[in-house]
Design a binder for this molecule. Structure first.
Ligand code: ATP
Length: 309
């Protein structure tokens, strides 16, 4: 198919934190079913695509040095998936500007894949429907569909089946980042090890958490944050427990390991307490970097004026 090439396209895509992550029993295929509540926060990567003679992917920003620059890069996989679907031989240069921590449990790679899908679709004006983009996203990875959607949503299956959640207002978060990442498969394996032979029920969403989101009740949300991978992440990286205690002792209403970690997310009462907590955590030595971000925010979308990012 002939494609219409245009000026470079930049897409902004958010990180996610799981407000709830319930992990089911280990299944025969080696995976776990899960029930999760994704929440997109205003910590963004930017992915730009432009016409080029050869395929390439270049990463700048936080953790860029450990992001692959070959076909294993999720943004590259997403771009080539669209190229294959529309049957073009044209090539693209992909630039990824990272703010989302790499291997931080905030789905940065999945976010870049979602951003690349949206950017390449817009660049070649390929006209895929939202449903077709969602199907391609699910093919690329179970966290990719949510990065397309953003907002707050229940994820089931492996996380790829999404239902939006009604939520009122905005929530203020502080994220404590650790530069030594945790491997997601290693954290799941540790979770299985810690569970031993215990019988694990099928995971399902917590109705009290849904009610807290519907009401915009930050205290109720804080007391219903739940992550079944948290013990495993803390077992592999014991300093996470100290990080969580430090935040809770300094004004956070709630604390949770984000996804498979090692990022720790703190829920704050308002913007002022989030800024106070940022200052305290930055002055402590319990993490490598601190950022604040509100949520929920929109999923991957084209930005027309990249100067203000
Ligand atoms: P999740 O929360 O989905 O488990 P994560 O946030 O812990 O993921 P990512 O930042 O997505 O972790 O990175 C996981 C691994 O994926 C990295 O170690 C990196 O080698 C690889 N990777 C491939 N493409 C990318 C990309 N575009 N950005 C970041 N990492 C990528």
């Amino acid at each position: 198919m002939e494609v219409t090439s245009t000026a470079p396209v930049t897409v902004r895509v958010p990180a996610k934190v799981n407000l709830e992550l319930r992990i089911g029993p280990l299944e025969d295929d080696g995976y776990h079913s899960l029930s999760t509540v994704f929440h997109a926060v205003e910590l963004h990567d930017h992915v730009t695509v432009r016409a080029a003679d050869e395929w390439s992917v270049t990463t700048t920003g936080v953790g860029a040095g450990i992001v692959p620059d070959d076909d294993t890069n999720l943004a590259m996989r997403a771009a080539k998936l669209i190229a294959a679907r529309i049957g073009t031989d044209e090539r693209l240069a992909i630039d990824v500007d990272k703010k989302i921590p790499v291997a931080g449990g905030m789905a940065g790679g999945s976010a870049d894949a979602a951003a690349a899908l949206v950017a390449v679709d817009a660049f070649w004006d390929s006209g895929f429907s939202p449903r077709e983009l969602q199907d391609m996203a699910a093919e690329l990875g179970s966290d990719v569909p949510f990065a397309l959607e953003g907002g707050t949503a229940i994820g089931s299956g492996r996380g790829e089946h999404l239902v939006p959640v009604l939520s009122r207002g905005a929530f203020e978060w502080v994220f404590a980042l650790h530069h030594d990442g945790l491997s997601t498969p290693a954290v799941y394996a540790e979770c299985d090890r810690l569970r031993g032979n215990r019988r694990i029920p099928e995971p399902k969403p917590n109705t009290a958490l849904m009610a807290a989101l519907r009401a915009g009740d930050v205290d109720a949300l804080a007391s219903n944050l739940q992550n079944d991978l948290q013990d495993a992440a803390c077992s592999l990286m014991p300093k996470l427990t100290t990080t969580m205690t430090t935040g809770l002792d300094n004004g956070a209403l709630g604390a949770i390991v984000s996804g498979s970690g090692p990022t720790v997310a703190f829920l704050c009462a308002d913007r002022t307490s989030a800024l106070d907590l940022m200052v305290t955590l930055s002055a402590s030595n319990v993490c490598d970097e601190v950022v604040s971000a509100a949520g929920p925010v929109h999923g991957a979308h084209v930005v027309h004026d990249v100067r203000h990012r």
